[in-house]
Every structure is written in structure tokens, then in C-alpha cells.
Design a protein around this ligand. Structure first.
Ligand code: AMP
Ligand code: GLY
Length: 421
């Protein structure tokens, strides 16, 4: 099979690494890719302007059988709709990707299908939204309706900050059209987890859960980020709870879409809050999570390419996936300042040369300069350092020992990944 992966993060490097292991693979291409992808596999053509038209041309020229879409934006924009007459696509159509693209749509869908989630109210007028704050108790959860690169959610106990978030989104339009509506949600208490499922329009086949560390700094402080580290498995999710998550959440989503005449094919990500042995939905995403993917795929024993292919044709042959019986932990190395302004062009070559064989490195915001043969940072999240071992402690030791002995100026990382709060 000839495969094209769309995206440039740690998630896409990890998907690429896993797909390379498949006996079904013939040719592989990544667009736009990063410094972790072999140069010969990176799409050289610039598809940026008039992306969909150029993409179709590329798919035809290279006889691509399957396109695997990493990020949400192209899915919400309809990349699967555009490509479906030309090749197979792993990723939902825009009619299905709306589950991530509009939080108010998703909440209505959850209500209609009795999927456990937070109570909420939608506002388009900032005065009415601010007035509503008087009727509810803090902490306040304010969300922009549309995609906002992970920055559209404010969780705060301070009324003034909640008011500011409402005004920023609805009046100042800091997220543009994505902020034409806001949701004010009930605050859910508990512990978070991410569960991913491969979906083929009929069934959802679950991966084991992962835990993401979203805040920038230790002890879950600082601003929300895309994710600063991850672990799998998750100690507070047992088999009984996984059965509940399958039946009460994923099966209901699949049925809900069917009732709408929509076939959900691709990955479905449930962001969960767990309390008293029960799971509620914080959000759905229409793609793999980053950095959870980077700890899950090294554990997955099934063929990822086969799963993506079967999902895209609408017929997954398995009901259960197999994972190595190991602990997996990943730490994100980020540029100082992330998730706000950060420094770029940090030289990573020496660090990368020193990585021991018992650690995996998945590149995120990096590039390789073939003339100087040096690696440089290009993004806020730079590298994922992942370890598989017998325990969280063993993984933490291996990763943090390496990071402490190989410091890179102008970068930082959380020192508490794996610790349970
Ligand atoms: P989201 O982008 O919707 O996943 O929100 C980002 C983060 O904000 C989540 O991972 C949670 O940590 C937090 N969050 C979002 N919604 C809620 C909620 N209703 N209750 C508590 N925390 C929330
Ligand atoms: N790690 C959170 C996300 O991918 O949305």
C-alpha cells in the first residue's frame, strides 16, 4: 500500500514510525513532516497554496492508496470529503468531524444520545453570558465553540478572568469565527483520561487509556498546552470502567451518527473525567491525541496500517486490540515561553546524538538542515522522549536521568510526568 501522512507533530512522527513496521507498506510520504522523518519520505512539493487541489494531484501522481490525517483542522475543513473519490482516507468527513469542530454541536449530540457529560449553556451575547455567571458557582468553564488550537478553553475560579475570557471571545473575537458562540459549562471534578477508538462506521474498537498532562508547569499549574507528557496504562481505569466507556460513550456515538445518516470512519478521541468509577465526557476529538499517541503506539501490537485501512474501508476485523504489558511514559521537551511566544532555531544535534538506545525520540517542532547536517527547533513543543519499562518509576528515571545530563539552553520540560495528582 502507498501511504501519505498529513501533519508535522510528534503524533505524526510516531504514526510514521509505526506504519514503517507494517508488512503491508510499499511507499510512504509525509506532508509537511518534520526533522524526524527521513528526507526521502518528505513531500518536497509545496502544497500550501490551493492545498486540496494540489493534494489530489499528488495522490494521483504517486498512486496513494491511503491518506492518514493527523490534525483536526483539515478534517473539519473537509479533507476526507475532497479525497474520497481519489483514495481511501483514515479520518472522518467534515459532517462527522463536527464533533470536534463545534463544541455546541457536540454537546447537543451528547444530550440527544444520552452520553454522560457536563451541563452547559450556549451564548452569543457577552452581557447575557456575564449575567449567567451570577447563577452558577465557580470554577467557571468558558469555551469558544470552534477550533482554537487548544487555546479556546478557560477554567478559572476568578470571576474577573471568566468575564475577560467571555469578552475576549465574543467581543474582541480573538479566535475569529471560532468564537461566534461560547459555552459555559458545569465544572467536572475528577481525574482526566484519554481513550481512542478506531471506528469503521459501525463499531468503535478501543485502545487502552492514556493520561495527558495538559498544563505547562509542574503540579498541573500554568496555562493549558497541547500536552506536556503522557502515560499509559492509566491506574484508575479498570476493565469494568472500560466496558462502561465502550457502551455508554463510544457505542452511543456510533449509533448517534448512524441515526443522522453519517458514517464515522477514522479515530475518535474521548477526553474523559473519571470520578467514583464513572466516566463523563470533557470533549471529543476527531483524531489521535498528541502526546498520548506517542506513548500508545509503542505499546500497540496490532498492525496500525491494517487498522487504518480497515477503518477507511468500513470493516475493522477485530473487536479488541493487543497491547504490550509494559508501562509507557513520554515527556515533552518544549521551547522556553511555550505556549506563548518562544524561541526557535535551537540546535538539537548534540542532544539527539546522545540519546541512548532504550529511549524513543519522536520529533515535533524540528527541522533537519541537510547542508549543515544539524537539527533545529521550529515549534513550541520540540521533542517527545518516550520510555517503555516495567514501571512508571523506571521510565521516569531513564528519561529524567538523560534529560538532566543533556541540558539544552532555552528549553524546559515538566519533571512530574507520571505522578498522580
Ligand atoms: P478541552 O479543550 O475541552 O479538552 O478543554 C481543555 C482542558 O480544560 C481539559 O483537558 C480539562 O482539563 C479542562 N476542562 C474542559 N472542560 C472542563 C469541564 N467541564 N470541567 C472541568 N475541566 C474542564
Ligand atoms: N493531548 C490533547 C489533544 O491532543 O487534544
Amino acid at each position: 500500500m502507498n501511504v501519505l501522512i498529513i501533519g508535522s507533530g510528534g503524533r505524526e512522527h510516531c504514526i510514521y514510525w509505526k506504519i514503517l513496521q507494517s508488512p503491508l507498506l510499499e511507499e510512504i510520504y509525509v506532508y509537511p513532516g518534520n526533522g524526524g522523518i527521513l528526507e526521502e519520505h518528505i513531500v518536497k512539493e509545496n502544497l500550501f497554496l490551493d492545498f486540496f487541489k494540489k493534494l489530489i494531484q499528488f495522490v494521483e501522481d504517486k498512486k496513494i492508496d491511503l491518506v492518514i490525517v493527523g490534525p483536526e483542522q483539515p478534517l473539519v475543513d473537509g479533507i476526507a470529503n475532497v479525497l474520497q473519490n481519489h483514495c481511501l482516507v483514515f479520518g472522518p468527513t467534515k459532517e462527522a468531524a463536527i464533533i470536534e469542530g463545534s463544541k455546541s454541536w457536540a454537546r447537543d449530540f451528547m444530550n440527544q444520545n444520552k452520553i454522560p457529560s457536563a451541563k452547559y449553556k450556549v451564548f452569543t451575547n457577552s452581557k447575557e453570558a456575564i449575567h449567567f455567571l451570577e447563577e452558577i458557582h465557580p470554577p467557571y468553564v468558558i469555551k469558544a465553540d470552534g477550533l482554537a488550537a487548544g487555546k479556546g478553553v478557560t477554567v478559572t475560579s476568578e470571576r474577573s478572568l471568566a468575564i475577560q475570557a467571555i469578552q475576549d471571545i465574543l467581543d474582541k473575537k480573538i479566535f475569529g469565527q471560532s468564537g461566534s458562540k461560547i459555552l459555559i459549562e458545569e465544572f467536572l471534578e475528577g481525574q482526566e483520561a484519554s481513550v481512542f477508538a478506531f471506528c469503521d462506521g459501525n463499531q468503535a474498537v478501543l485502545m487502552q487509556p492514556a493520561r495527558d498532562y495538559k498544563r505547562a508547569y509542574d503540579q498541573n499549574t500554568g496555562p493549558n498546552t497541547g500536552g506536556m507528557g503522557s502515560v499509559s496504562p492509566v491506574e484508575y481505569i479498570n476493565e469494568e470502567l472500560m466496558n462502561q466507556i465502550q457502551k455508554e460513550i463510544f457505542d452511543k456515538v456510533m449509533n448517534g451518527f448512524k441515526k443522522l445518516g453519517i458514517s464515522y470512519k477514522g479515530l475518535l478521541y474521548a477526553g474523559l473525567m473519571i470520578k467514583d468509577g464513572k466516566a463523563k465526557i470533557v470533549e471529543f476529538n476527531c483524531r489521535f491525541g498528541d502526546p498520548e499517541t506517542q506513548v500508545l503506539l509503542p505499546l500497540l501490537q496490532d498492525d496500525l496500517l491494517e487498522l487504518c485501512f480497515q477503518s477507511a474501508i468500513g470493516r475493522i476485523s477485530k473487536t479488541h486490540l493487543t497491547f504490550k504489558k509494559a508501562s509507557s511514559l513520554g515527556v515533552v521537551l518544549a521551547a522556553k515561553g511555550y505556549p506563548q511566544d518562544y524561541k526557535k532555531n535551537i540546535n538539537l544535534t548534540e542532544f539527539l546524538n546522545n540519546v541512548p538506545e532504550n529511549l524513543y525520540i519522536f520529533h515535533a517542532g524540528t527541522k533537519y538542515d541537510s547542508q549543515s547536517r544539524e537539527f533545529y527547533s521550529t515549534g513550541g513543543r520540540i521533542l517527545n522522549i518516550v520510555s517503555l519499562g516495567n514501571s512508571i518509576e523506571e521510565n521516569r528515571f531513564k528519561i529524567y536521568d538523560f534529560l538532566e545530563k543533556n541540558p539544552i539552553e532555552n528549553t524546559f520540560y515538566r519533571k512530574d510526568i507520571g505522578i498522580l495528582y
